[in-house]
Design a protein around this ligand. Structure first.
Ligand SMILES: C[S@@+](CC[C@H](N)C(=O)[O-])C[C@H]1O[C@@H](n2cnc3c(N)ncnc32)[C@H](O)[C@@H]1O
Length: 206
């Protein structure tokens, strides 16, 4: 994937470690919304639709994992999810989200390691555009499952190459979740050349 996309997108897909990912997104933060709008970015709308289908209105608190500039946060409030916390590795992206004021808390933390939340703390988790090339792999899932309440849902978008390359098998082995819904592959950025299709994934914590 790296090299097929120009600018920040190509750079983040090719990032070698978490510090470089954070640094690249810090630099991208102020132009991210405009560039993603131009590319016809679809992950937030698909994640939102899946969440609203599987989690009742009013469920709280929710976690937006890899919230970025808050593209989903804005809409979650409109859709009747009153308390959503943002987590992201990039202070720059979180600063843009903070300026929109659409989350009840902002956590600068990395997925892939241990998270400072109690077991079952969140009624649901949503993560759009994060389980993708050069970002977070299945190793980021265990903690999201731990901090999501039983009966709650975890909505993810997952790049197809990751899904087919072990993510789906990883989920099948985890007895703490069931696969509640899997979308057909879709292109997340129709305006970008050579975008590998992704899947929308809904997991229910049992
Ligand atoms: C493509 S953006 C998606 C942002 C937002 N969810 C959206 O759909 O606009 C990916 C986000 O994941 C964050 N990210 C990447 N790796 C991460 C990690 N290990 N832990 C937490 N956030 C991470 C980036 O900083 C960035 O904000």
């Amino acid at each position: 994937m790296a090299g097929q996309h120009e600018g920040f997108l190509g750079d983040v897909y090719g990032a070698k470690d978490r510090a470089s990912v954070a640094d690249l997104y810090d630099k991208w933060a102020t132009t991210y919304d405009a560039e993603m709008a131009k590319a016809g970015y679809r992950h937030p709308s698909i994640a939102l639709a899946l969440l609203a289908r599987h989690l009742p209105k009013g469920a709280a608190p929710l976690l937006d994992a890899g919230a970025g500039t808050g593209l989903i946060g804005d809409w979650l409030a409109i859709m009747g999810y009153p308390r959503v916390e943002a987590l992201d590795i990039s202070e720059g992206m979180l600063a843009v989200a903070r300026a929109k004021g659409c989350y009840s808390a902002y956590h600068c933390l990395a997925l892939g390691g241990q998270l400072p939340f109690a077991d079952g703390h969140f009624a649901g988790v949503v993560s759009a555009g994060v389980f993708t090339t050069g970002h977070v792999g299945p190793e980021g899932l265990a903690e999201l499952v731990r901090i999501c309440a039983r009966g709650g849902v975890i909505v993810l978008t997952v790049k197809g190459t990751l899904w087919d390359g072990g993510f789906s098998a990883h989920i099948a082995k985890d007895k703490r979740v069931t696969l509640a819904e899997l979308t057909e592959p879709y292109v997340s950025m129709p305006g970008e050349a050579a975008t590998t299709p992704s899947r929308g994934v809904v997991l229910r914590v049992v």
